[in-house]
Design a binder for this molecule. Structure first.
Ligand SMILES: *Cc1c(COP(=O)(O)O)cnc(C)c1O
Length: 394
């Protein structure tokens, strides 16, 4: 071979004896075939085979298999974001004339997708109270093809009665899915509870370092896997093997990160709950938090995100306290090693009066608890101050 060919055709090197604990990052667009017949019959390789880099490499398959094992499912697919994990499920199962039920506590862009993308295409949706439980049966008509859940809900932290919702759905042959980003399969396994889809924003706890965007959808059924893969192929969507390698690295430490963040978050939530009026700390592991009994029954632990309802008298001073925070950063995309505060304003479709003011979402990372407490203390003091004024407005 001549020089310019040698620049392209690499010499074979031995892998013998190379046993590494790291996952190799396999990048590929083209997949090559041994002979003309195997190329001609490449579609017979099915959704698990390798045919094109967009549809998976050994690096992405390793991440998929790890998530499948944790979720106790059959297969997992990877998508470019947590939001895409939800939209790809919806696009895979809903046809014009169908409808989907979504909880009022869902990650807000989910309702935006339903309203601005699905509705103009003839797919309708209905927003339900996340605490509805078995009452969901009353909302099921012949158009409903999917019931979406998110437990606990974004910011307002309602833990849903997943077994009751699954029972109502199964009785009518309707598919169910759960956004499992907060708990991760370490603390909750939606598929084991009978859900058809379990999605995660890997952007959060699996990535774990605020530097990658990805989502996952685990299923307990091969036919559903094929439907999801078909949607991905039609849309031309895949994920980068470099991001998969980062996510695999993140997953190795997820257990210890969650144990630490979860312990510190619960400890801080309990400290705050002792100092401010009842019901203002929204943490699934605290009695009185919405759905606490479901959390106790169904979950194996709690992660590092909870919320504080800011009463009207404390709202004015909150921005200054947030700006003054030394250890917390202000930001929305939680689940990393850095603790975050995010003031949120919630609008409820099912109850316009509910959650009218500001809710402060707290994400605990890996810093020392007392440094975090020092930032939160002035906010807690502001909430605890002038309780008579609070009592009048409540
Ligand atoms: C962040 C988040 C998402 C979206 O994830 P992205 O990767 O940012 O698109 C979806 N669901 C929940 C519960 C989230 O917290």
């Amino acid at each position: 071979m001549r020089d310019r060919t040698l620049c392209v055709k690499r010499p074979e090197i031995s892998h013998e004896g190379f046993a590494s604990l790291a996952i190799p990052t396999y990048r590929a667009s083209t997949i090559v075939f041994d002979n003309a017949e195997s190329y001609a019959s490449r579609s017979k390789r099915g959704p698990d085979g390798y045919t094109y880099g967009l549809h998976g490499t050994p690096t992405s398959r390793t991440l998929e298999a790890s998530i499948t094992a944790l979720e106790q499912g059959q297969r997992t697919i990877l998508v470019p974001s947590g939001q895409a994990a939800i939209t790809i499920v919806f696009l895979s199962v809903l046809m014009p004339g169908d409808s989907v039920l979504i909880p009022d506590s869902a990650y807000p862009p989910v309702a935006g997708f339903c309203e601005n993308f699905l509705k103009p295409r003839g797919i309708s949706y209905r927003i339900y109270d996340p605490m509805i439980g078995g009452g969901i049966a009353d909302l099921i008509d012949s158009t409903v093809k999917l019931i979406w859940t998110e437990s606990p809900g974004s910011t307002t932290m309602e833990v849903q009665d997943i077994p009751a919702i699954v029972a109502a759905a199964k009785a009518r042959g309707i598919l169910t899915g759960c956004d499992n980003t907060w708990a991760t399969p370490l603390y909750f396994k939606p598929l084991v509870h009978g859900m058809d889809f379990s999605s995660m924003a890997l952007t959060k706890y699996v990535g774990g370092h605020s530097d990658l965007l990805m989502g996952s959808i685990a299923v307990g059924n091969i036919a559903l896997h094929r439907r999801l893969k078909d949607t991905m192929r039609m849309l031309g969507i895949g994920v980068s093997p470099d991001d998969c390698a980062l996510a695999l690295r993140g997953m190795e430490t997820m257990g210890v990160r969650l144990a630490h963040s979860g312990r510190v978050a619960l400890d801080i939530a309990k400290r705050i709950a002792l100092l401010i009026p009842e019901g203002l700390v929204l943490h699934p592991a605290l009695p009185g938090s919405p759905g606490h009994e479901s959390w106790q029954r169904d979950f194996a632990g709690s992660s590092g995100v909870f919320s504080i309802v800011i009463p009207p008298h404390a709202e004015a001073v909150l921005p200054d306290h947030l700006t003054a925070a030394k250890t917390f950063s202000i930001g929305a995309s939680w689940g990393g090693t850095h603790s975050l505060l995010a003031p949120m304003r919630i609008t409820r479709a099912t109850d316009k009066q509910a959650h009218e003011g500001t809710i402060l979402r707290v994400s605990i990372g890996l810093e020392d608890e007392e440094d975090l407490w020092a930032d939160l203390e002035p906010i807690v003091d502001a909430i605890a101050a002038s309780p008579p004024a609070f009592a009048r407005t409540a």
